[in-house]
Structure formats: C-alpha cells, structure tokens
Design a protein around this ligand. Sequence first.
Ligand code: C6P
Length: 404
Amino acid sequence: MIDVNKIRADFPILSRKVNGQDLVYFDNAATSQTPNQVIEVIVDYYSRLNSNIHRGVHKLSQEATDAYETARIKIQKHFNAAEPYEIILTAGTTESINLIASGYTKFLNPKDELMISAMEHHSNIVPWQMLCEKTGAHLKVIPMKLDGTLNMEAFDKLLNSKTKLVFVNHVSNALGTVNPIKEIINKAHGYEALVLIDGAQACPHIKPDLQALDVDFYVTSAHKLCGPTGVGMLYGKAELLKELPPYQGGGEMIATVTFEKTTYADLPHKFEAGTPNISGGIAFGAALDYMNSIGFDTIAKYENELLTYCTDALKKIDGIKIYGEAPDKTAVISFNVGEIHPYDLGSILDQLGIAVRTGHHCAQPVMDFFEIPGTVRASFSFYNTFEEIDRFIAGIQKALLMLR
Ligand code: C6P
C-alpha cells in the first residue's frame, strides 16, 4: 500500500500554488518532480564534494569520483546490466540515441535496412533518418493499429536478412502503450539484427531486467524518474560498445595522445568525453534509491488505479476521444474533446493550477496517424492522488462550459 501523503511530503514543489490554486502536476511524462532525497544529494555535492572526477590526487576529487562511480554501480544493479562499464552516462535519452547513431555510420551501407516503429518520439526517428542520409541505408516503419498497439504481423513481414538495427520505444510517450519488447528483441535476433530500446517513458513505471531481455542497447533519462535533467544512460552490451568508435573526442576518453596518434580509453570512458554532469550522475543514483525504496510493483499498481479511475471518469464526458487504449498501458491519457483545440483546454486547466501537456508531444507521426494536430496529455506519477483527478475532471467540465 502506498502512503501517498507521506510521499508527497518528500516533494517540496507539490505544495506550491499555481495561479492561486494548489498545483496539480499531471505532466510527469515530460519530466517528473524531484524529492528532497535527490535535491539534498545535489546540494551536498556542491557543498562538500565539488571537484573534477577521474583526474585529481586530492581528497575532494577522489570522494567525488567514488560517489560518481558508486552511482554507476547503482544504475548497473537497478537495470541488471552485467558490468558497470556497460553503463555510459550521457546527457539523456536523446544523446544516448545520437551516440549509437553516430557509431553505426561506419558499419552500414545502402543495402542495409533499419527499422523504427510508428509511435516513436522524434528522438528515436530523426537520428536514424540522419544515419540513413549518411550511409544510404533504408528506414522501414512498423505500423500501428487504431487502439495504439504495434502491428506485430506487419513487423514479422518487414523483418528480413537486410534488417541490421531495430529501434522501438518500451512505452510510447504519446499513448502510454507498453510495447512487447521481449518479442521484438527475440524476433530481430532471429535475423541477427540488433535492437535499441528507448526506455525514457518506461523507466518511471517499470524496472527492466536488461540481461533477461537480452537487449543490445537500452537508453533512458534520469529526469523522468525523479532525478535531475541533463543526465541519462546508455546501456550497451560490452562487446558491441567495444567495437563502436567514440562519439566525441576530448579529455577523459583517451588512453594516450600524441600529434601522430591517439588511442582511446576503455569502456565506459571512451564514450564520456569532457567533464560530465557529476552532481547529476550522483543524483541519478539517489533517484533510483528513492524509487526502489517505494518499490516498482507498488508504484505500478497505484498508478494503474489512478489510470483506471481517470479513464472511467473521462469517458463520461460528452464528445471525448481517448487516443491509445492498449491493454497494457502506463499511466498516460491522451485525449481530445470534440473539436476543441488541445491548447485551449490546456490553457484553461493551467489557469486552474492543473499542469498537462498539449500538442504533438514530439511524436508528430502519431498525431498524423490519428489525423489530429495534437492532444491533451495527462500523465500520472505515484505522488498523484484521486482527489487531484477529481479536480482535473471538474476543471475540464468548467473549461467545456467556457469553450463550447
Ligand atoms: N519525452 C515528453 O513530454 P530527453 O529529452 O532526451 O530526456 O528524452 C527524449 C525522449 C525520448 N524518448 C521518449 C519516448 C520520450 O518520451 C522522450 C521525452 C518528453 O513526452 C519530452 S519531449
């Protein structure tokens, strides 16, 4: 059982007022809020440890390095990666994907095919289009169905011996659909294709076991799971990461440098050029500790209750259309009411202190599929309450009186 009042006390932002009202924060899929336990780690870092890592003989540098590398081990253990050096700390999901896309430039040719799904975030579309432009490889798209699930029969037909890489999100940010990634990975491996899973929207709700999944690459951002912005993870199987060239050149990623030749550092440092987001990495570890102290099963169960409660209430509203009704969904509801523009509804909700996201959610192909300009998206976290959903529903009713 979740003690939501106790949990809410950990999040200072949840007690602030917005437009004179108590904040209702339903934009968790864009970024989650940060508990004191994570904020304190960042303050502690700048108050006690601030120094550069992996470089200094002095005490501060050693302590900061220890804290950073301890965080890497926490991340490794959380995701059940085989080795800490399979965890590359990046600026987030977007950078992790670009790192892989840049690395595969030298391995692809015009005969090769890459595959994405129809429900990807732009971060898992554009880097692959850029890679295809550079290499002449072809990008294929796994279509989706009207309920917001992937068309797996079409996936089976698209897969072939030319398929080299498959990129699919674990959970769709626009629809909340949980995709059958284990099945996708197994089928792709049957054709010796590698799989990258975009876990940005899954990790706040699901604890993936990367070795059990046998996934080749898995990426996520700390800010979606109670951590800070500007830090995230690229997991890759060691043998795959070793054969990829570095993404950026600079300090920390080298073994030796002369004007004639540079040799590169071992994993993970080969992919971590320059001074990283040190406090962010340490706080990423603290955020995982925090979420694990509540427990991912507890989180998923409670969020699912919020999702069902809100979906049932929304369905009673005249003219509502919910996009994405997959049987397996995280706590995300995308919807429109009649012809009302999502921006208008979102703006009135904001006046009432209720934060939702409106627009295409960086997933324009999903909007094109449903032939709409955008949706209103409410996304819940384990610190949200049923009372907040009641206020949200009342807010929509009030907005409809003004807009209809
Ligand atoms: N989606 C949303 O409101 P970054 O910005 O690198 O931390 O994450 C990018 C990203 C990649 N994949 C998926 C599935 C995502 O949902 C996101 C971020 C936010 O839906 C902000 S656009």
